[in-house]
Design a protein around this ligand. Structure first.
Ligand code: GRF
Length: 202
C-alpha cells in the first residue's frame, strides 16, 4: 500500500505539484490523499483539483481563536488518515492540537539552510546577510519556527546580481527535488527521529 500523504499549502503549490507528479508513478510509494489550505483561491488548491485530489480549507479568521483553528485543522487532516503530513509552502505555524495528532510525522520545507534565517523571509534574509550559498531544509515539524530535526538540505549558490525573487526561484528548484526525493524515501523506507537526528530507512 502506498503511504497516504496530506499536503498543506498557502500559495502557488509548485512543491505540491512536484509531489503530485512523482506520485503518479506507483513505484514512488506514496499518494496524495488530500490537499488542505489556510486560504481560498490559491493555485495550490487548483492544482489539487486538476489532479482529482480532495481539498479542504481552514481559515484562521473562521474560528474564534488560534487554538480552535488548530484543532479544526487537525480534525480535517485526520479525516484523511495520513501516514505523513507535508507542509509545502504552508504559511502558518501549527499548534499543540495539531502536533499532538501528527507530531513526528509532519515535515515542512524552509527556503534557507537551517539553523540560519528561520521565519517568513529566508531568501531575503540570506541575500541581505551576504551569504554565498543558501538553500532549503526539510525538517520534522516541532513547536518552534523552522527548528525541527533536519531530514535533508540542499545547497544553491547566491549570484552577485540576485534579487530576492531570482534567488528564491533558484532555491525552489532544489527544494522541489529534495522534497520529492526525501518524502519518497520516508514513505518507502520509513524513518526514525532520534533527538535532532533523522535516519531514513529501517
Ligand atoms: C517555498 O519556497 C517554501 O519553502 C516557502 O514558500 C515557497 C512555496 O512555494 N515557504 P510553492 O507554493 O510550493 O510554489
Amino acid at each position: 500500500m502506498p503511504a497516504r500523504l496530506v499536503v498543506l499549502v498557502s500559495g502557488s503549490g509548485t512543491n505540491l505539484q512536484a509531489i503530485l507528479d512523482a506520485a503518479a508513478d506507483p513505484a514512488y510509494g506514496a499518494q496524495v490523499v488530500a490537499v488542505g489550505a489556510d486560504r481560498d483561491d490559491i493555485e495550490g488548491l487548483a492544482r489539487a483539483e486538476r489532479a482529482g485530489v480532495p481539498t479542504f480549507v481552514a481559515k484562521v479568521s473562521d474560528y474564534t481563536s488560534r487554538e480552535h483553528w488548530d484543532r479544526a485543522l487537525a480534525d480535517k487532516v485526520a479525516a484523511f488518515e495520513p501516514d505523513l503530513v507535508v507542509l509545502a509552502g504552508f504559511m502558518k505555524l501549527v499548534g499543540e492540537s495539531f502536533l499532538g495528532a501528527f507530531g513526528g510525522r509532519t515535515v515542512n520545507t524552509h527556503p534557507a539552510l537551517s539553523p540560519s534565517f528561520p521565519g517568513m523571509h529566508g531568501p531575503r534574509d540570506a541575500l541581505d546577510y551576504g551569504v554565498k550559498v543558501t538553500g532549503a531544509t526539510l525538517f520534522v515539524v516541532d513547536a518552534g519556527v523552522d527548528t525541527g530535526a533536519i531530514v535533508a538540505q540542499t545547497v544553491v549558490p547566491v549570484e552577485d546580481d540576485d534579487t530576492v525573487e531570482s534567488l528564491h526561484e533558484r532555491i525552489k528548484v532544489g527544494e522541489r527535488s529534495m522534497l520529492v526525493e526525501s518524502v519518497g524515501r520516508m514513505a518507502r523506507e520509513g524513518f526514525a527521529v532520534e533527538g535532532r537526528r533523522v535516519r531514513l530507512g529501517g
